[in-house]
Ligand binder design. Structure first.
Ligand SMILES: [Zn+2]
Length: 284
């Protein structure tokens, strides 16, 4: 289990899945040839010898001022999904969360950086044939802009994501719609980083002079530090996503801020260092 201290804040990573696969699933330019031609610092943690992208789906538990905030909730179990590894899973995520010291009933807040399939899954779990909130004592924080967009969008390509993983927490009265720059505690605040989705947010942590930031999906893979111009198939606004990614690299690059990648495999956390025209991700 990986855990980081940022001043008085503790961040714990709970992994649901970490696998190598075709980089082009998310990033069209990330062919095996292109990944093998990318800077050598990407290997072995993020690119393997076959030129596959190693990616992770995980949650972070952020503990601040007595609150336990779960950031992103992965794919979840028992959900019908068109990807074999995601379809009707029966993974040990909740046991792993418990083992890390966080039984579901102890989570105070759930924050989805955005409402994509791999960020909302454990919002709910199957019980008596229905999907019910997993974290019954939590407030679920959902971006107002994000909700306005997805609640009017046509059916998700990944299945009934809103119906099985988002609407049940609304129906249970557990949702607080939040602004993109909402402060969650005196140490943790949201940072609007739109483009991947309209209401996408990152999470900034500052405590006792230390700083960290959870990316969300403004980047999916560290290769995008070397190639910020490489976007994702799933960006709703590719131009805005690119501008957000560049601004993020400029803002947090060559700074003490610890960057925690929402889909970064292995070490997951590190620092952004200037590398010629672009950037390098240096695991902490
Ligand atoms: Zn994602």
């Amino acid at each position: 289990m990986q855990r980081w201290k940022i001043g008085r804040v503790t961040i714990t990573k709970i992994t649901e899945l970490e696998t190598p696969g075709p980089g082009t699933f998310v990033i069209p330019q990330a062919t095996p040839e292109a990944l093998l031609a990318a800077p050598a610092w990407l290997r072995p943690h993020f690119v393997n010898e076959a030129g596959e992208a190693i990616m992770s789906i995980h949650s972070f538990v952020v503990e601040s001022e007595g609150a336990r905030i779960l950031v992103d909730t992965c794919v979840g179990n028992d959900k019908p999904r068109p990807i074999p590894e995601w379809d009707r899973r029966s993974g040990p995520f909740l046991d792993d969360l418990r083992r890390a010291g966080f039984p579901p009933e102890s989570i105070d807040r759930v924050l989805c950086t955005h409402l994509h399939v791999d960020h909302v899954g454990w919002n709910t779990r199957l019980e008596g044939g229905r999907f019910v909130p997993t974290f019954g004592n939590a407030r679920y924080l959902i971006g107002r802009t994000e909700w306005e967009f997805w609640s009017k969008a046509p059916e998700d390509a990944f299945g009934p994501v809103l119906e099985d993983s988002v609407r049940p927490v609304f129906d249970a009265g557990l949702v607080d719609l939040v602004e993109g720059d909402e402060a969650l505690t005196g140490e943790v605040e949201l940072l609007p980083t739109p483009g991947h989705t309209p209401g996408h947010v990152s999470v900034r942590i500052r405590s006792e002079g230390a700083e960290a930031v959870i990316t969300g999906d403004l980047m999916h893979h560290p290769v995008q530090c070397a190639h910020p111009e490489w976007g994702s198939h799933f960006d709703t606004d590719p131009q805005q996503a690119l501008a957000t990614r560049r601004a993020f690299l400029e803002r947090f690059g060559d700074r003490p801020a610890l960057v925690l990648g929402t889909h970064f495999a292995g070490p997951t956390a590190g620092h952004l260092r200037r590398d010629g025209e672009a950037w390098r991700f240096e695991p902490a």
